[in-house]
Design a protein around this ligand. Structure first.
Ligand code: NAD
Ligand code: DAU
Length: 349
């Protein structure tokens, strides 16, 4: 094996797509997936990789310092791609401490382990921290987030991710840790946990349940198909410059309500419903506290420096996503179990 890579959070939504891409594209890399399997982690996402010789799953918690240190001693990693996180804004509003533990303390545990392992020779090693555009806060009606936009996180989730970004840069600055950071916009696609907008609404339409639109529905997000995020991560891991930050985005802004109406139309087509059936499920509900108005990414640094661009048009990505969820109803049913029902009732009652 030419390299041994640790990928954290590989059983989650984005992590599973990153693991798949790396395991298939680099048969000479050993890929170790460290995941605690929280409510969001699901080994079914990686079923097709179970028998691959260059893939190993390790169940463990990045908050547990001993677990992290043991893993670094066992595998002698050349690189880390760190995705493990608590990732849902609404949950962070209800329980910020879990976000501080995993997103901040967990990240620092990984940085310490990498620093200790690589202290003799940092050549060829890299700590890649996967972050979010939410660290930049909220935009007004115009403008885009660039890599130089000041941090202004607004939710406990965004604050914990911002803090972890700062720690990664501090380890680069203080200890010479080789690192890259990327800050990406909203992802969508197969395997996303149905607490996030698109899979939640797809699942509700399937079950003829109401579609809870927060506030006036005019909040804006920039959407990127998850496989394109994984491709960007591969490019940045291999070609990004040490100590740099790269924004990743879809060049694809939508107001929530417009996106939801397109989703409803496509769901009516996919389910053979009369036009307008799904739209009638739209219900405006109480807004998310501190709801960020608009995110939009300037991804031109990544485009100009590394030649990355989203490969899918939004309509194509949305249809692929709907098709996947409808073809994988069992995956959804397995997830939408007891704990999910409890969360749903607390969040939307
Ligand atoms: P997710 O919630 O689907 O998956 C997170 C994974 O991390 C799960 O498999 C979970 O089991 C694992 N995990 C959580 N706590 C852990 C711990 N203490 N130890 C080990 N594993 C743990 O998240 P996602 O949407 O795939 O996001 C992945 C990363 O990408 C996160 O860092 C997130 O901040 C970032 N990100 C997400 C988006 C998005 O739109 N989803 C956009 C930009 C950046
Ligand atoms: O921008 C990147 C971020 O995108 C990631 O860092 C986060 O991990 C990811 O969860 C996502 O955060 P958002 O808060 O933007 O995603 P969410 O799917 O929760 O919400 C998208 C928009 O839809 C947001 O404006 C809130 C709104 N919404 C969401 C839900 C769950 C609703 O109107 N109703 C809902 O029920």
């Amino acid at each position: 094996m030419s390299k041994t890579l640790l990928i954290t959070g590989g059983a989650g939504f984005i992590g599973s797509h990153v693991i798949r891409l790396f395991v298939n594209k680099y048969p000479d890399y050993k890929i170790v997936n460290l995941d605690k399997l929280t409510y969001a982690g699901n080994l079914e996402n990686l079923k097709d990789l179970e028998n691959k010789e260059n893939y190993i799953f390790e169940k463990g918690d990045i908050v547990d310092e001993d677990c992290v240190n043991e893993l670094f001693a066992k595998y002698d990693f050349d690189g880390v791609i760190h995705l493990a996180a608590e990732s849902h804004v609404d949950r962070s509003i209800k329980n910020p401490m879990e976000f501080i533990m995993t997103n901040v303390v967990g990240t620092v545990n990984l940085l310490n382990a990498a620093k200790n392992l690589w202290k003799e020779n940092i050549d060829g090693n890299l700590f890649y921290h996967v972050s979010t555009d939410e660290v930049y806060g909220s935009l007004g009606d115009t403008g885009l987030f660039s890599e130089n936009t000041s941090y202004d996180p607004q939710s406990p989730y965004a604050s914990s991710k911002a803090s972890s970004d700062h720690f990664v840069r501090a380890y680069g600055n203080t200890y010479g840790m080789p690192y890259v950071i990327s800050n990406c916009s909203n992802n969508y696609g197969p395997n996303q946990f149905p607490e996030k907008l698109l899979p939640l609404f797809i699942n509700n339409i399937r079950n003829r349940k109401s579609l809870p639109v927060y506030g006036d529905g005019k909040f804006t997000r920039d959407w990127l198909y998850v496989v394109d995020h994984a491709i960007a991560i591969d490019k940045i891991y291999h070609e990004g410059r040490n100590g740099e930050t790269y924004n990743i985005g879809g060049f694809n802004e939508w107001r929530n309500i417009d996106l939801i109406k397109i989703l409803c139309k496509q769901m009516d087509i996919a389910l053979g419903n009369e036009t307008g059936t799904s739209e009638r499920l739209i219900t405006y509900v109480k807004d998310r506290p501190g709801h960020d108005k608009r995110y939009a990414i300037d991804a031109n640094k990544l485009k100009n420096e590394l030649g990355w661009e989203p490969s899918l048009q939004f309509n194509e990505g949305l249809v692929k996503t709907i098709t996947w969820y409808l073809a994988n109803e069992k995956w959804l049913e397995n997830i939408v179990s007891g704990d999910y029902q409890k969360y749903y009732e607390q969040q939307y009652s």
